[in-house]
Design a protein around this ligand. Structure first.
Ligand code: NAP
Length: 330
């Protein structure tokens, strides 16, 4: 495992964080608590020391399971926890709410579910365009000053929204999507963060499983699995992405004797991202974590990746389909 220093975070952070959205079940076709706890423990055993969750992941289920796993594991002081704020839900669905009231209520709920009295990193999950960015930022500053949250982050914010946020509150981390297929941050958010020492902790390294190499045209997804509505997983795009996956897999194997999964996560780290989130829900999925370290990608390989994308992906699409609505309040 490699570790990095992140401003605002008290100890060195593993460059792989465990993502626990699927552990919450919602939009991933359900969850199994015992397997989920074993997954968290397996990641910690591999040297991962940062677990990322959110209240909306299973409407409290992911945070509760993470809290239980950490209580069983012990050593809270050695483990870093990140969770999020600013999404509300009711019987009509999930919507954004970055109000001060919501933030102050949610932080209490998260602390209780996670069984802790502080959060190492607290992200505003999505910007709320129905109110000023400064309102969420001021509430986050208050929590930071109280010491309830140690480092402040925002997720899915534009660079302008981050600039505004930073006028009101220290900003330590940003959590945007980033992987071989989803690179829109390269033109704005990523250089902005690098110039201002806002550390990137990116999600989607495996592109919701596409970059594991285990998918084929016959792959289907169960129940409410988000990939049933992900435009990347629909024809004619799916076939193009799978062809690119096949070519990337050959590069990983022939040049480095690594799996596509290891190659895809290494690619994110080589691009200068300090922390990549790796989503999982079964303990055996954590076994390849060690394969990410001890090697690096050369410039020729990075440009080979770009050529494969240019050749195979005729109609690229990002993860925008995941954005929650803004106005569903009734
Ligand atoms: N801030 C945000 O708005 C936001 C948005 C999305 C995600 N996130 C965070 O990022 C995390 C990652 O989510 P993601 O959607 O971006 O997923 P991801 O990490 O790109 O991919 C997860 C997928 O990879 C598969 N997988 C994991 N390890 C594997 C292994 N060893 N072998 C084969 N397949 C493996 C899982 O398989 P199965 O399907 O079989 O379980 C799952 O489909 C989330 O848990 C969450 O913490 C944040």
């Amino acid at each position: 495992m490699e570790y990095v220093e992140i401003p605002g975070v008290e100890r060195k952070v593993s460059r792989i964080a465990l993502g626990t959205w699927a552990i919450g079940g919602w939009m991933w076709g359900g969850t199994d608590e015992t397997e989920s706890i074993e997954t968290i423990h397996a990641a910690l055993e591999q040297g991962v020391n940062l677990v990322d969750t959110a209240p909306v992941y299973g409407f409290g289920a992911s945070e509760r399971i993470v809290g239980k796993a950490l209580a069983e594991y012990g050593r809270r002081g050695d483990i870093l926890l990140s969770t999020k704020v600013g999404l509300e839900w009711n019987d009509k669905g999930v919507f954004r709410n970055g109000s001060r009231d919501r933030i102050m209520k949610e932080v209490e709920d998260s602390l209780q579910r996670l069984g802790t009295d502080y959060l190492d990193i607290y992200f505003v999950h999505w910007p709320d365009p129905t109110r000023p960015v400064g309102e969420s930022a001021a509430a986050m500053r208050e929590l930071h000053e109280q010491g309830v949250i140690k480092a402040v982050g925002v997720s899915n914010f534009t660079q302008d929204q981050m600039e505004t946020f930073r006028q009101e509150c220290p900003l330590h981390l940003a959590q945007p999507p980033y992987n071989i297929f989803e690179r829109s941050i390269e033109s704005d958010v990523k250089p902005w963060c690098e110039r201002r020492q806002v550390s990137l902790m990116t999600y989607g390294a495996l592109c919701r499983g596409l970059l594991t190499g285990k998918m084929s045209v016959d792959t289907t997804f169960e129940g409410d699995d988000l990939r049933n509505v992900d435009p990347k997983f629909k024809e004619p795009r799916f076939a193009d992405y799978l062809q690119a996956v096949g070519k990337l897999e050959k590069v990983a194997d022939k040049r480095f004797d690594r799996s596509l999964l290891a190659f895809a996560v290494r690619w994110v780290l080589e691009k200068g991202v300090p922390i990549a989130i790796w989503g999982g829900r079964r303990p055996e999925q954590m076994a390849p974590i060690g394969d990410i370290f001890g090697w690096s990608l050369d410039l020729a390989t990075l440009s080979a990746v770009d050529s494969i994308l240019a050749e195979k992906i005729k109609s690229p699409v990002g993860p925008e389909f995941m954005a929650p609505p803004t106005g569903l309040t009734a």
